[in-house]
Design a protein around this ligand. Structure first.
Ligand SMILES: Cc1ncc(COP(=O)(O)O)c(C=O)c1O
Length: 385
């Protein structure tokens, strides 16, 4: 506790309750509200640290062995099995562990699912869906089926407002906009494959996989380290890639090679496997959903009850994972961030494109972290409100 107390002493008037935050030896772990790369469960980091130089008595690290060794193949297969169990992924879906991040998938999706003359439907709810549809325009005809511009991207358009294309190759949407903090309160129903960028919401709660043709998610929020992107794709969508698709981006060739067409990001894959085990130990996604709901409710309540803070997102579409907020006086942002940092509440700045503040509260953020943040916010408001 001593280092933690030391942090708090730097700011005489602020004493948020950091008790209970696991401190290991002399090192201090802050509450890390980063949007991604984001906090990982401490138990996972500790296990990785403990076995980093001598993995399971092998005398080597897991990241120093061949991805084609039976030992690593076991790591890879176990990670996939655990992810399948957590999400209830049916056997007619493939799970791919790829590289190039979610941004790579912005291109891979149209390359694999749409022929050159095809039309695809995109719903634009903010920064990430805009990037996804911008990339798709390089490969096919993009119809923006709905656009939340009129609300300044603070809502998710209800499905009744969507103008879908008959015979579209697929419909793409972003269930959770990481920058805007806008989350769809529903899973759309469409007649063509539904494609979802779940980078910042996957594993936050149970989902019905069969509603989707394809899900992709950059790992660096709820899965593990950056460098890995997980793709979950219905079997029947394999083998449709445009002829000029490089094999490395072709889902069918990657599926045929067990995502090892070339050397995969073995460390990220191994850590993802530890995160999946940790999620199972916590009780699975039903338990995570309850925790995430409670964390989000506490934070939004604190914002709404205060005269100092404001969240601009329509209440029906507020994200459980990324909570942006503004201060009544923007000049208070810098002191807010500095004082928060001083008491171990880290990485609360909003995205550089929009400013303001943002707390990302993914699975690895315990309720204690959100309590510490909300008590700090109330205390800051008392002094500045
Ligand atoms: C919803 C969403 N999509 C895509 C991306 C881009 O991910 P990457 O940096 O892995 O390409 C991000 C990154 O934060 C994101 O939040």
């Amino acid at each position: 506790m001593s280092n933690c107390a030391g942090r708090m002493q730097r700011s005489a008037t602020i004493t948020p309750p950091l008790d209970g935050w696991p401190l290991q030896g002399s090192s201090v772990r802050v509450f890390n509200f980063a949007p991604g790369p984001a906090a990982l469960p401490l138990a996972v980091l500790e296990q990785a640290r403990d076995e980093l130089t001598d993995w399971h008595g092998s005398g080597t690290s897991v990241i120093e062995i061949s991805h084609r060794s039976s030992a690593f193949k076991q790591v890879a297969a176990q990670a996939e099995a655990d992810l399948r169990e957590l999400l209830g992924i049916p056997s007619h879906y493939r799970v791919l562990f790829l590289q190039g991040g979610a941004t790579g998938q912005f291109a891979a999706v149209p390359m694999n699912l749409a022929s050159a003359g095809a039309t695809v439907d995109y719903v634009n709810t903010g920064a990430w869906s805009k990037k996804a549809l911008g990339e798709a325009k390089r490969y096919c005809q993009v119809n923006v089926a709905a656009d939340a511009a009129a609300s300044n991207y603070t809502t998710a358009p209800s499905q009744g407002e969507w103008r879908l294309t008959r015979g579209a190759a697929y419909v793409h949407y972003t269930p959770n906009e990481t920058i805007g903090g806008v989350e769809f309160p529903f899973v759309p129903r469409v007649d063509v494959p539904l494609v979802a960028d779940m980078s910042s919401t996957i594993l936050s709660r149970p989902i019905e996989i069969e509603r989707f043709g394809l899900i992709y998610a950059g790992a660096q929020k709820n899965i593990g380290p950056s460098g890995l992107v997980v793709v979950i794709v219905r079997d029947e969508l394999l083998g449709r890639a445009r002829p000029d698709t490089p094999p490395i981006w072709d889902y069918k060739s990657q599926a045929a090679e067990g995502s090892m067409l070339n050397t995969p990001p073995t460390f990220a894959w191994y850590i993802a496997g530890l995160v999946f085990k940790w999620l199972k130990q916590q009780g699975g996604l039903g338990v995570m959903a309850e925790r995430n709901r409670a964390k989000a409710e506490l934070l939004y309540r604190t914002i709404d009850e205060s005269g100092l803070y404001r969240n601009p997102v329509d209440k029906s579409c507020r994200s459980w994972m990324n909570v942006p907020f503004l201060l009544a006086d923007a000049k208070l942002e810098k002191p807010f961030l500095a004082e928060a940092e001083a008491v171990g509440l880290a990485n609360l700045a909003g995205h550089r494109s929009v400013g303001g503040l943002r707390a990302s509260i993914y699975n690895a953020m315990p309720i204690e972290g959100v309590r510490a943040l909300t008590e700090f916010m109330r205390e800051f408001a008392r002094r500045h409100g």
